[in-house]
Ligand binder design. Structure first.
Ligand code: FDA
Length: 306
């Protein structure tokens, strides 16, 4: 309930101005975002890699409305990949790309070309790309672009959101040898016609999807902080006899860092999703919406400081 209120309010221009200008936002941002510059992103990556974690870097930005901006985002990824290669970090770090940031809403072929350039640079740098999944109106287009990119770059990963009713079928399509699939619950405000609304239904769908991926021949990436789902993933791994390293856990920067390190200590592969850049608004609002405690803390601080 609170989640959908926050996600709906996030689209209001007045709320955006209020949040973007409030000094308290900065404190929340630094919890979930590595910083604004490539140097900040590289510094955070190095620290995590030293702790035995892997990283997926997201240059923040989404819903690009002009081709120049899409090109600038593409160039930012190329520069990032160059830096990661120069600093010897590409064995531990890949990149996550939102297709809406490279022009998907303007022209699918432009987004495909831009994503192709990023995949090419990632391959040259010795690493890979994951295509983030956004709201349900983009799912078909994103999966189409993913299929096309995989012809040249087979390790390009897709994301499946368990809250979508279609997702078990998508998992079946994707659970083939050589494919990498990140499974998450889903972070957008979606209508009942396409998405489960209750936490219980979303979690049950997550387990159904996980079973398909774990039993398939691909590389499942279990993206959740939910202790129950992490433990179910562990049980499934044992049940199907998967070896450590044939799947991985993924969590967000700033969320359950102790659990990330506990899993690494147990021999698991764990990747941390690290966003950086100054376009943090949409990302921050989704993180607030996920956890009522974050919202309460934020609203109280906003009320006392503004
Ligand atoms: P849930 O929200 O039930 O949280 C379980 C527990 O985790 C909470 O009780 C709390 O302890 C902790 N927690 C979770 N979120 C927190 C937060 N923001 N702050 C503090 N504690 C928190 N979504 C999407 O639509 N497209 C995408 O491409 C991606 N990509 C992605 C990558 C990675 C690596 C992760 C981990 C997640 C995503 N997501 C995503 C986001 C995902 O869909 C989902 O919104 C969040 O992961 C929260 O869901 P959980 O599975 O963690 O469970």
């Amino acid at each position: 309930m609170l989640r959908s209120v926050i996600l709906r309010a996030a689209g209001d221009a007045r709320v955006k101005t209020l949040v973007a200008k409030a000094p308290v936002s900065r404190n929340m941002v630094t919890r979930f975002v590595a910083g604004e510059s490539v140097d900040d992103a590289v510094r955070a990556t190095r620290g995590l890699v030293q702790d035995g974690l892997r990283v997926s870097l997201d240059h923040l930005g989404e819903d690009t409305t002009n081709p120049g901006q899409a090109e600038a985002t593409t160039k930012a990824y190329l520069a990032l990949l160059g830096r990661l290669a120069d600093d010897g970090l590409t064995s531990g770090a890949e990149v996550s790309v939102k297709l809406s940031a490279v022009g998907q809403a303007l022209d699918e072929s432009m987004a495909t070309d831009n994503a192709h350039s990023i995949c090419e640079a990632a391959t040259a740098a010795g690493t890979t790309v994951t295509l983030d999944m956004e709201d349900h109106t983009t799912t078909d287009s994103t999966l189409r672009i993913h299929r096309e990119l995989r012809l040249d770059f087979p390790s390009t990963a897709a994301v499946i959101q368990s809250y979508l009713r279609r997702s078990v079928a998508d998992c079946r399509d994707l659970a083939a040898a050589g494919s990498r699939v990140r499974l998450c619950k889903g972070a957008y405000q979606e209508p009942e016609s396409v998405a489960f609304q209750s936490r219980g239904e979303v979690d049950k769908s997550y387990v159904r999807c996980l079973k398909v991926l774990m039993n398939g021949a691909g590389y499942p990436m279990v993206a959740t902080h939910d202790p129950r789902l992490v433990s179910i993933a562990g049980a499934l791994v044992r049940q199907v006899g998967r070896a450590q390293g044939s799947y991985e856990y993924q969590m967000l920067y700033g969320v359950r860092p102790d659990e990330q390190r506990r899993l690494v200590g147990a021999g698991e592969t764990v990747r941390v999703y690290v966003p950086y850049g100054d376009q943090w608004y949409g990302y921050l609002m989704r993180r607030l919406a996920e956890r009522p405690a974050n919202v309460t803390f934020f609203l109280r601080a906003l009320a006392t400081k503004s």
